[in-house]
Design a protein around this ligand. Structure first.
Ligand code: SD4
Length: 324
């Protein structure tokens, strides 16, 4: 791992951010100085594998998508937290179904896969959809078939029909594990100012077979806009995808919010109308075209990883302070 890893609470900086915002309003907003090199932001402590893998790829001359794919493959290969890749949490019928997507800012390019069975690197499958199909999203059997056609590493799924049948026969109810889930979401502001991102997950443990979460849904688990920035999500997908969470973060940044303000504002906005209030179990990361970054969480401490000119480090935010 590159650089020093520290854990910092960014919450203390919020009042200062507010003052700076007010000052900007009084004098007219000045564009911030763009970060000199690439800036990478990812979810959870295991995000450092993604950041470091992506940075290494950039340093080798790789493209934005090369970097996103390489970084996320590092997490998929390790099945970090038991919640990404084939080592991730199984669904209610006892086998993993994986979701992933990838986006590139220039040209608003995107590829996505959902409910993928037996594919080792869903992010590579998502990139294949982006680059080798006329479509944006493939699901289930068709997504697996397409991934195999494009040489993505796979394992046999011959045992799945028996697992499906056993589950059907047992009439087991699906019970989503609110604790057992995590997603790698990785967003990149490249040195040239262009934006890309990707995410990959096995989704909520114990989900119904066929359940698709927020992660592969553009604007929910991930959104990239080359003129503005990018945002990624983790947590209970149902509480993100009903609100197009990452799309809204990007739109708030377009309106002038910093990434931190935009992430927090989306949590407040969802909590204001959702029956669960702030008990949403959702978290966001974001980066803007200047290389500024932020994160927010609804009701937990949320660690995330940042890589910039100062190296790679783990930061964290506390849950947002609920509004009355
Ligand atoms: C999902 N958002 O499938 C994913 C899971 C996750 O932290 O990120 N959990 O709902």
């Amino acid at each position: 791992m590159r650089g020093v890893t520290t854990t910092t609470t960014l919450r203390a900086l919020r009042p200062l951010a507010g003052l700076l915002l007010c000052a900007a309003c009084a004098t007219g907003p000045a564009a911030p100085e763009p970060a000199a090199g690439p800036v990478l932001v990812s979810t959870w402590p295991f995000g450092h594998f993604a950041n470091d893998g992506a940075l290494a790829k950039l340093q080798q001359g790789g493209s934005r998508l090369d970097a996103i794919e390489a970084g996320i493959r590092e997490v998929e290969a390790r099945s970090c937290d038991g919640s990404v890749g084939l080592g991730g949490r199984p669904n209610a019928a006892g086998y993993p179904q994986l979701d992933a997507c990838i986006m590139d800012g220039p040209g608003q390019q995107a590829g996505s896969v959902a409910g993928l069975e037996g594919i080792v690197h869903p992010i590579t499958a998502a990139r294949a959809v982006l680059e080798h199909s006329k479509h944006v999203m493939l699901v289930g059997e068709g997504a697996r078939w397409f991934a195999l056609e494009h040489g993505v590493d796979s394992v046999a799924v011959d045992d799945l029909p028996a697992k499906k049948q056993a589950w059907t026969d047992g009439h087991r109810p699906a019970d989503i594990d609110r604790r057992g889930h995590d997603t790698i979401a990785l967003v990149l502001r490249a040195a040239d100012g262009h934006i890309a991102g990707g995410c990959s997950t096995s989704g909520a443990g114990g989900k119904l077979p066929g359940r698709v979460g927020d992660s592969p849904i553009l604007g929910s688990g991930l959104y990239v806009d080359d003129q503005v920035g990018a945002a990624g999500a983790t947590g209970i997908g149902e509480n993100v995808m009903r609100y197009c969470g990452t799309y809204q973060i990007v739109e708030f940044m377009r309106q002038g919010m910093t990434p931190m303000q935009a992430c927090e504002e989306v949590v407040h906005r969802i909590a204001a109308v959702d029956p669960r209030g702030y008990q949403l179990d959702i978290c966001f990361v974001a980066v803007d075209r200047f290389g500024r970054y932020g994160a927010a969480a609804s009701n937990m401490r949320f660690p995330f990883c940042v890589t910039d000119a100062d190296g790679t480090r783990e930061l964290s935010v506390e849950a947002v302070t609920p509004r009355r």
